[in-house]
Design a protein around this ligand. Sequence first.
Ligand SMILES: [Zn+2]
Length: 87
Amino acid sequence: MPIYEYACTACGHQLEVIQKMSDPVLLTCPACNTDQLQKLISAAGFRLKGSGWYETDFKGGQKPAAKEAPSPACGTGACPACVSSTD
Ligand SMILES: [Zn+2]
């Protein structure tokens, strides 16, 4: 079962809770009793560390050169796609 980390935005209290995926998200802080609990993404039960998938996607905003897909050849030889494929 995954361990979820929560932090209270009202008093700063933090706690770890073992929950099932299907369990409802906790809301009420056991320390100050307000509904200010926030689930932390960095919960120990998750294995985001080291994957870096989101970093590589956005780093430098550089996308791999997107090849412009040619329109499918129409077969008549009249369009650029036909010309380049039959030549
Ligand atoms: Zn609190």
